[in-house]
Design a protein around this ligand. Structure first.
Ligand SMILES: *Cc1c(COP(=O)(O)O)cnc(C)c1O
Length: 374
């Protein structure tokens, strides 16, 4: 008998997750319901009260996301809306947050601008130092693995055990992986945060985010936060993400397979330095990636000799969209130093898309050769 990937059953269910609720004649494609108000002759047992509390289209999306995460999920209008909601719920005056100094920079800026002034103590540490960190007195630890953009990994299970022993909780920003490539809740983390703007929606046409957790009390507070702060997604955006999720597995399969091919060839080409891709056997993260990830992802990073060479490479390559963000059907790349990330001026983060790999590789190789001859 062939062994089943543990994701497979949920992925099959995902394509049919509305079926049990359908009445004869109901549309198979999920309808968009953007009503702000609902027929309420009385409020007892009404499934929907008012659009800021919940909407049928988010509810459908949340049940689909819950299958993927294997945990209750709440939808938010962006990744940052989800991350800020979870941090607001998990922290408060006098509490302490540890977050990566080399992770997604907007989470750091949010913490400094809005959590610190309300009396939260904020400690930044590099991803690679998280395992040896002393977590006594720490309430919330935010992890990112692989980190964006440096692609360092940390051991989510080991760190979660350590943080729990010290009385804190662990939140993982799982945006670079998605629930198909890494399952932080199964590794012992308490909360998963995600920007669905990236691979889950997958077409660069919508911002979205979600919070997932098996801690019911925590999720009740996140729901309160969404309802009371009013950080609610639109029905059309929820519909777009719902549609995107139906092809997530297929897109990821192509993207990850192509990324492995391209990373291997880049390594052999000698045209880039300090190539990072967790799926390369030579990468420092490879053993941990094999242990805690279900795939190696579609993002890689490398240095080119200067900002000019890096810009020339991106400009010369017809199949790399010059844009921030990652995880879309099209490959995209950018020089991260332009945002102030702690990387070299010629560092490129490359997100491999769904293009067939051979023309994509040819375009990358030619553009690199041209730029390197500058
Ligand atoms: C993009 C991103 C976010 C923020 O998501 P938005 O949808 O843009 O708000 C958070 N974390 C990581 C790792 C990201 O890459």
């Amino acid at each position: 008998m062939k062994t089943q990937n543990p994701n497979d059953l949920r992925l099959a269910q995902l394509q049919h997750h509305r079926a049990a609720r359908l009445a004869k004649g109901d549309p198979i494609a999920m309808p968009i319901t953007s009503s702000a108000s609902y027929h309420l002759p009385d409020i007892q047992d009404a499934p929907f009260l008012y659009g800021r509390n919940s909407m049928p289209t988010w509810a459908e999306l949340e049940s689909q996301l819950a299958l993927l995460e294997d945990a209750p999920c709440l939808a938010f209008p962006s990744g940052m809306a989800a991350i800020s909601a979870a941090l607001m719920v998990g922290l408060g005056q006098g509490k302490t947050l540890v977050l990566p100094s080399d992770g997604y920079y907007v989470s750091r800026v949010f913490s400094a601008c809005f959590l610190a002034p309300y009396g939260v103590r904020i400690i930044e540490a590099p991803i690679l130092k998280m395992q040896d960190f002393d977590y006594s007195g720490v309430d919330v630890v935010l992890l990112e693995s692989p980190s964006n953009p440096g692609l360092d990994l940390c051991d989510i299970a080991a760190i979660s055990a350590k943080v729990h022993a010290a009385g804190g909780i662990v939140m993982v920003d799982n945006t670079t992986m998605t629930p198909l490539l890494q399952r932080p809740l199964d590794l012992g983390a308490d909360v998963v945060l995600a920007s669905d703007t990236k691979a889950p929606a997958g077409h660069s046409d919508v911002l979205f985010g979600h919070v997932a957790s098996r801690n019911a009390a925590f999720m009740a507070r996140v729901l309160d936060w969404r309802r009371l702060s009013g950080a609610v997604p639109g029905a059309f955006e929820a519909w777009l993400l719902h549609r995107g999720l139906e092809t997530l597995e297929l897109r990821l399969a192509r993207m990850c397979a192509s990324a492995e091919v391209i990373a291997t060839r880049l390594l052999d080409s000698g045209l880039v330095q300090n190539l990072r891709y967790p799926g390369l056997k030579s990468d420092a993260s490879y053993p941990l990636a094999c242990k805690q990830m279900q795939g190696f992802g579609f993002i890689m990073g490398f240095d080119l000799p200067s900002a000019d060479v890096a810009e020339a490479f991106l400009t010369n390559c017809p199949f790399i969209a010059q844009a921030t963000s990652f995880g879309s059907t099209h490959s995209s790349g950018e020089r991260r130093a332009r945002w102030g990330d702690q990387v070299s001026p010629g560092f490129i983060r490359l997100s491999i898309g769904c293009e067939p790999v051979e023309p994509l590789w040819d375009a990358i190789f030619q553009a690199l050769r041209q730029a390197s001859a500058m």
